[in-house]
Design a protein around this ligand. Structure first.
Ligand code: GRG
Length: 290
């Protein structure tokens, strides 16, 4: 598949996710509009990975995976809203527009995150079929977004005067980003009723892809353009964060990103079945500019 094909694939899947998100945000009450504001403008990588994994594992009903895919995007958006708060990274720009606490106020931004988080689990657990699989998704996701994953990664990321050591960097990336990316792929496989050995293998491959994703995020913070990124570049370095270029230099970070991409694709290609779309997505992440 040529690069243009993956771009078309991503655009089509993003459209599907965006349509579903719109449907999940009716005028239930005015706060739904407030939460929906922050959802606008994301790349939808996590939902797309869940859908792609679902389809590669033989899942044929997009309505089965869509609430799960959208729930992942809700949690991701929640993490971005809280990450931007003055008490955390203090960023005024997100997804090409004012971050939630700038558009509204801090209390509203905090509550938006809270609302998105709870609503995600409503989406995960709704649906009349596959109750056991839905429970498995709830368990897998809650395990990696809380104190054993994203929250812990953020705690490490927030620490004062961290030493730019490879071990610390790896720990932050593992927890803050990689586990969430990996669980998106795992959730798609669970909902397609894939065998447990394959689900485990996909999670491992997803961890490499997740590490790659954070490496490219760190690299783009140095090399990326504000308009394309939709957020403020150069902030990590300026605030003394432990990021890949600070630990390994820009070339070292690029080298390691390539290695993670190769490790992910080795695993995807060794699976029984056609996981080539996940390989293409890995290549896309390696070469992304936004
Ligand atoms: C419990 C989920 C949760 C959060 C609370 C605030 C916090 C703790 C964690 C923040 C974690 C964080 C900001 C990780 C960075 C992950 C990352 C690479 C974000 C950028 O993702 P993209 O590029 O963004 O997919 P878009 O906007 O395209 O969705």
């Amino acid at each position: 598949m040529e690069n243009t094909d993956i771009v078309i694939y991503l655009r089509k899947k993003k459209e599907l996710v965006d349509e579903a998100l719109e449907k999940y945000f009716p005028d239930e009450n005015p706060f739904f509009d407030v939460m929906y504001y922050s959802l606008g403008g994301g790349k939808r990588i996590r939902p797309i990975l869940a859908i792609s994994s679902y389809e590669a594992n033989g899942g044929g009903d997009v309505d089965t995976i869509m609430p799960i895919a959208c729930g992942l995007e809700l949690i991701h958006t929640y993490s971005l809203i809280h990450d931007d708060l003055p008490a955390m990274d203090d960023d005024d720009l997100r997804r090409g527009k004012a971050s939630a606490h700038k558009k509204y106020d801090e209390a509203t931004a905090i509550l938006s995150g809270d609302g998105l988080f709870a609503y995600a689990f409503e989406l995960f657990s709704s649906g009349s079929n596959l109750a056991g699989e839905r429970l498995a998704v709830v368990r897998a996701v809650s395990e990696v977004v809380g104190p054993k994953g994203v929250v812990y990664g953020q705690v490490l990321d927030m620490s004062d005067n961290p030493r730019p050591e490879p071990k610390t960097l790896r720990n932050i990336h593992f927890n803050k980003t990689a586990k969430f990316i990996a669980v998106a792929i795992k959730a798609g496989a669970i909902m397609a009723c894939a065998p447990s050995t394959r689900i485990r293998e996909l999670y491992r491959a997803g961890m490499y892809l997740g590490m790659l994703f954070q490496y490219t995020d760190d690299i783009l913070d140095v090399t990326g353009e504000k308009d394309k990124l939709g957020k403020t570049p150069g902030k990590d370095e300026a605030s003394g964060k432990i990021v890949a270029p600070a630990v390994y230099g820009l070339d070292g970070a690029r080298f390691r990103a390539e290695r993670y991409a190769a490790l992910a694709n080795q695993r995807f290609s060794s699976l029984d079945g056609d996981f080539s779309m996940l390989e293409k997505l890995t290549d896309f992440v390696l070469n992304r500019t936004y």
